[in-house]
Design a protein around this ligand. Structure first.
Ligand code: ATP
Ligand code: MG
Length: 375
């Protein structure tokens, strides 16, 4: 039996990935999302934009999601949700409250026929056609590393840290207000634009020099950023080079992006370490910053010399990064679009009838859904 469904069915599946900052949406079987929009709605009382992640309680989240899904279907996808299936690509660490409220909105309010939940780290591998790799997603609010071995996420080895673009933007705000007198509380969009247009990840030796008591190197040239009207903002060379250091600075427990990868390698079976180190997949928008991958590799080699990680270094041990056939910020979405046109949809999706029996969504973290099948 062919694994791909007929074309008329393929077109009906919406594939949706809701991130903290951006939502990617498109149709199954396509090569790229049709739209990448901000995960936010306009608040009716204040008329200001509100992020979905800023919800106060379940009712507040429900109202926000009703409005957001309405935008998705009637402003962007331009199809009716009623009796249509949907594919949701989600992080394995997605809060239960968010999952259950989204399911309630989709099944009870919009009456979709079925939802297929796909774990983002696992499906990110679909465009690469490999089944064993270490996937590190660095997004807006957090970085999550999950080793995938022979098509299964190794859940006891996941690593997560609350570092991402949000923290780089906070650092930029700090540095800007010390360089430019009177500049305070810049809009998030402006900070994001400064981060994406002016900043980059510098080389490891330059970063070490900058952090020393007496730096001996000259920073890259400064730029002026127009703030609207005749207001100009000075973005110093040092800020441009050092804003991303927050991702590599160790926290109080000595953890950073690099230790996440190395700790995940330590937690998996010895036989798999070599293969995982040679198959690292980096995803998420933050990865797209110039210099990010080269710096991460240099940091990995540096950390590997520490006594804690030294024994990882066996014969033929080498770090290799995959180059996915798409932009890094939608690798997981593309994986979802590929998975969603396989015949697995029919057996794996949660249908409306199944949901309405108990009004709950099966979850890997719930022991009730993780019992071993006796059949
Ligand atoms: N081309 C680019 N170059 C540099 N940075 C980029 C680029 N495109 C997107 N980004 C940055 O990526 C960040 C968003 O990443 P992503 O879309 O992976 O986050 P998310 O999935 O919404 O968040 P999370 O995974 O934490 O829920 C934004 O801060 C944005 O500035
Ligand atoms: Mg994400």
């Amino acid at each position: 039996m062919p694994i791909y469904e007929s074309e008329s069915l393929i077109k009906l599946h919406i594939v949706l990935e809701i991130g903290t900052a951006y939502t990617r949406l498109g149709f199954s079987g396509e090569f790229a999302p049709r739209f990448i929009i901000k995960s936010e709605i306009r608040c009716k009382t204040t008329n200001k934009m509100r992020k979905l992640s800023d919800y106060k309680d379940q009712n507040d989240l429900y109202d926000m999601l009703v409005e957001f899904i309405q935008l998705i279907y009637f402003k962007y996808a331009l199809i009716s949700p009623k009796d249509k299936p949907i594919v949701l690509v989600e992080s394995i660490l997605c809060p239960t409250l968010f999952r259950s409220t989204l399911a309630k909105v989709l099944f009870s309010h919009y009456e979709v026929s079925a939802i297929w939940y796909l774990p983002s780290h696992l499906v990110s591998l679909a465009p690469l056609e490999v089944d064993t790799a270490l996937v590190l997603d660095v997004g807006y609010s957090e970085a999550v590393a999950v080793p995938i071995c022979h098509g299964y996420p190794v859940l006891h080895a996941w690593e997560a840290l609350p570092i991402g673009s949000q923290h780089v933007q906070k650092k930029i705000m700090e540095l800007l207000s010390s360089d430019n007198l009177g500049v305070q509380n810049l809009n998030e969009d402006v900070l994001e634009d400064i981060k994406d247009r002016c900043c980059f990840v510098t080389k490891i030796d330059r970063a070490e020099n900058f952090s020393s008591a007496k730096p001996t190197i000259t920073p890259c040239p400064e730029v002026t950023y127009p703030l609207g009207g005749n207001k100009m903002l000075k973005v110093s060379g040092k800020l441009r080079e050092t804003a991303f250091e927050v991702l590599y600075n160790e926290d109080v427990d000595g953890r950073c992006l690099t230790t996440m990868i190395l700790d995940a390698l330590l937690k998996v079976n010895v036989d798999l370490r070599l293969k995982l180190a040679g198959n690292i997949l980096l995803t998420g928008g933050t990865i797209m910053t110039p210099g990010f991958k080269a710096r991460l590799k240099a940091e990995l080699h540096k950390q590997l010399e520490l006594p804690k990680y030294k024994h990882l270094k066996t014969e033929n041990f080498v770090f290799k990064f995959h180059n996915p056939p798409c932009k890094d910020n939608y690798t997981a979405w593309l994986g979802g679009a590929i998975y969603s046109c396989t015949e697995l949809f029919a057996s794996k999706a949660l249908t409306r009838d199944q949901y309405l029996k108990e009004e709950r969504v099966p979850d890997w973290s719930n022991m009730r859904d993780n019992v071993r099948s006796t059949a």
